[in-house]
Design a protein around this ligand. Structure first.
Ligand code: ZN
Length: 396
């Protein structure tokens, strides 16, 4: 995977910019009207919750919109000086099957169709007005290319285990917490999350090395503290094909149990997921000092700019992880959730955060603390990883 370069175009305001004058969604049809010409539009899908976003190039955002049918609600805002973004909250997973501008370029009609959760398309679809009714793109003054989210060079790269063939996929396993950050602490037998995650990470590594199919590295192989950006930074610098951050959860009661796999979303799938992400993201803050380097604005811009593909691959892997590891261990009722975890923000590395169980639950602690339990976790995670890359190879 190539290093990500984000070009930021510093542009003059467009000569022409049509404002969005009306948005109407009814049944399975969406009509967006403009008071003047625009350059074009493109759409992409977001899951968890299901949404479709439309970017209007050379467009100015208006307000609100009218929605019934598949679309539950409409929001719009100015994404950047030249682009208005409209987000449609969907009642059910749906895709755009057709889209076209009117002959005068002043309205865009989109046709929606309900689909299964796993049929959400990746990538963008573009729609252009007829050439004679298309606004001119703004003149560029200059463009800047800058590497973003560059990890600190001071962090040494870890040893890579497994086949020496560099064409084999590389998986980076991240044992959550470490050093002065113990993570969750269990009331049962004084188990620390940082020790359990390291033991699980090592077990997964050993299982993958024994399988002989993929290469594997650990972000840490000792009781050491790394800030969150350093963790995915290691994966990026190694050009990893997959990143798995291993954690164990804690709840306010002793009943909650089972594993959950999380993937990145700016919008959390539920309140509990949002709270967990806030807790895990706190690993960067020690004595009130934020040790993480990433600028919040830059991180969210990155997520908007890079292909949705990484997030979709991560979600596919999360499903596979539940399918394979679910044979070896218990998962929660909703096994795959979404939230904004800093450690999952590498824009170009498919990443999941795996909460292996609850340290506040006696049975989970006994399972995760035993060699036998960890071997089962490693067997499940290992076969999910191998199926993931076997599937990718087959698709080539
Ligand atoms: Zn954790």
């Amino acid at each position: 995977m190539a290093t990500i370069l984000v070009s930021s175009l510093l542009a003059t305001l467009p000569v022409q910019a049509g404002s969005i004058s009306r948005i109407e969604a009814s049944g399975s049809q969406i009509t967006i009207s403009f008071d003047d010409l625009v350059e074009g539009a493109s759409s992409f899908s977001l899951i968890g919750p299901d949404r479709i976003a439309i970017d209007i190039q050379g467009g100015k955002a208006g307000q609100g919109g009218y929605a019934t049918g598949i679309v539950k609600a409409v929001r719009q805002g100015q994404f950047n000086p030249n682009t208005a973004r409209i987000v449609f909250d969907l009642d059910q997973p749906a895709v755009i099957t057709r889209g076209s501008f009117s002959n005068d370029g002043k309205s865009l009609k989109l046709q929606l169709q309900s689909v299964g959760q796993n049929q959400i398309a990746t990538g963008r679809q573009s729609f252009l007005p007829p050439i004679q009714f298309r606004a001119e793109p703004p003149r560029q003054i200059y463009s800047v290319k800058m590497p973003l989210g560059k990890p600190r060079d001071s962090v040494r790269l870890p040893k890579i285990y497994g086949p020496s063939d560099p064409s084999r996929p590389l998986v980076v396993i991240d044992a959550g917490h470490g050093g002065h950050d113990p993570g969750a602490v269990s009331p049962h037998g004084n188990a620390y999350e940082k020790n359990i995650t390291l033991a699980i990470a090592r077990a997964i590594r050993d299982r993958l090395v024994a399988g002989g199919m993929v290469r594997v590295a650990l972000t840490r192989d000792s009781d050491e503290y790394l800030v969150l950006e350093e963790r995915y930074g290691i994966a990026r610098r190694l050009n990893a094909d997959l990143f798995i951050s291993v954690h164990a959860d804690a709840a306010g009661n002793e009943i909650a149990s089972g594993a959950t796999v999380y993937t990145l979303s700016e919008v959390a799938s539920d309140r509990e997921a949002a709270k967990l992400a806030a807790r895990e993201n706190k690993a960067n803050i020690i004595n009130g000092i934020n040790l993480g380097g990433a600028n919040q604005d830059v991180s969210s811009i990155l997520i908007d700019l890079t292909q949705r593909e990484t997030m979709n691959i991560s979600a596919d892997f999360a499903k596979l992880l539940h399918r394979e590891a679910g044979r070896q261990m218990t998962f929660r009722k909703i096994p795959h959730r979404y939230a904004s975890f800093v450690v999952l923000k590498a824009p170009d590395t498919p990443s999941v955060l795996f909460e292996a169980g609850y340290l506040t639950n006696k049975d989970d602690v006994a399972f995760l603390n035993s060699r036998q339990g960890r071997t089962k976790v490693a067997a499940g995670v290992g076969s999910a990883i191998e199926s993931h890359f076997a599937r990718k190879l087959a698709m080539r």
